[in-house]
Design a protein around this ligand. Structure first.
Ligand SMILES: *Cc1c(COP(=O)(O)O)cnc(C)c1O
Length: 372
């Protein structure tokens, strides 16, 4: 535990992670396993505690974006299979191999660089197929055949998996999803004509797992919904799965005062009291990742919504209170308090972004406190 002298913290409910994994597990075919996606510090929830909880709750593998993140997990003595989803320079393939970390692979140049070097043991790779996401992966059949010929000859590389990623699995309109699905089938038939060793297959992010559990192959790559959030408003409305958010954000009133009608609050004097008002100050600001654009949105005090008034400062935020409250009164910025709650979806809408970005934006100046 870090020393905590300021009353501003995020609570991570690990039981919610377990609950969400149980919910998806029920929908999956028997032979489909869960790869828990814990990239970006487990979407801001804390990579090591979340990875441990996920593995204790039925996940059998982990996925991250960076080799650095995979190494953090190994340093925490986590020995489950780990896949790095992003591109890693071949210069670091031996680091991955030494730590039994699987890399994502899709380039012949990458293979060529490895064929020259002497490695103690081969690096395991999963082959990425670009069926329409347009990010990374092999796109053409001829290229796929060439790559498979070369990987067969390369003693430093062992192919253990194949995967793709859908660009619109969370959308209302699914034509492009089906088009990607068709391109996948075509590439896979070429793959199996040219490869006989067993490999694992995975295609499904949260949206695909929830909406098309029968299309999941050997693993799902379960990210956002493990944290209790729906991949999009469309998937939420479909109501195919029950989820519990794991993340909540809290602070306490540091100062409470009455200001008179006509007096203003914060930088730039953007807020002026229309009558005599109670104003509270909370110790959180954009320096914590509490976005300045949240001016005008609400927080919860005594289970009631109180608006953020005046500009959000680097370390402090002011709110208008309906009455005087004692210093130290709990303020909930994300999550439940009393009968009401402020959801990530609401903040995402307010900030014109997606819920994925909300826990990621709360930076590590805010300690994560684990429950469960
Ligand atoms: C981040 C990511 C996932 C997880 O997606 P969610 O929508 O959070 O479930 C799965 N696969 C890849 C390749 C990713 O980059």
């Amino acid at each position: 535990m870090v020393d905590m002298f300021r009353d501003t913290w995020a609570e991570i409910n690990l039981n919610a992670i377990t609950y969400n994994l149980e919910q998806i597990k029920e929908k999956l075919p028997e032979d489909s396993e869960i790869m828990a996606v814990v990239k970006a510090n487990a979407y801001g929830h804390g990579i090591v505690p979340v990875a441990k909880q996920a593995l204790a709750s039925g996940a059998t593998a982990l996925a991250v974006a960076l080799l650095e993140e995979a190494m953090l997990l190994r340093k925490a003595s986590i020995d489950a299979p780990i896949l790095v989803l992003g591109w890693v320079s071949p210069a670091y393939a031996s680091v991955a191999a030494a730590n039994n970390i699987t890399l994502t692979f899709f380039q012949r140049e990458w293979l060529e660089q490895l064929s020259g070097t002497a490695m103690e043991r081969p690096v395991q790779v999963h082959l990425k197929l670009d069926t329409g996401m347009g990010r990374i992966g092999v796109r053409a059949k001829e290229e796929l055949i060439r790559i498979l010929r070369e990987i067969e000859k390369n003693k430093n590389v062992k192919l253990t998996g194949v995967f793709t990623h859908y660009a619109t699995a969370d959308a209302e309109e699914l034509d492009y999803f089906y088009e990607q699905s068709k391109r996948l089938e075509e590439l896979l038939s070429v793959f199996y004509e040219n490869w006989t060793e067993p490999v694992s297959m995975h295609v499904a992010n949260s949206a695909t797992s929830i909406r098309f559990p029968e299309k999941t192959h050997n693993f799902i790559r379960f990210g956002i919904s493990m944290y209790g959030l729906y991949p999009s408003p469309v998937v939420r409305l479909e109501n195919k799965i029950s989820l519990k958010p794991a993340f909540s954000l809290h602070s306490k009133l540091a100062h409470v005062k009455k200001i008179s009608k006509g007096e203003s609050v914060s930088y730039g004097k953007t807020y002026t009291a229309k009558q005599d008002e109670w104003i509270g100050t909370i110790p959180i600001g954009y320096g914590d990742g509490w976005n300045r654009k949240l001016q005008g949105s609400s927080v919860l005090v005594a289970g009631k919504r109180m608006p953020i008034v005046g500009r959000i400062c680097m370390d402090q935020t002011m709110i208008r209170l309906d009455q005087a409250y004692p210093i130290g009164t709990k303020v909930t910025l994300i999550g439940e308090q009393g009968e009401d709650r402020i959801e990530m979806d609401e903040l995402a809408m307010y900030l014109d972004t997606i819920n994925y970005e909300i826990p990621c934006m709360i930076n590590d100046r805010i300690p994560r406190i684990y429950q469960g």
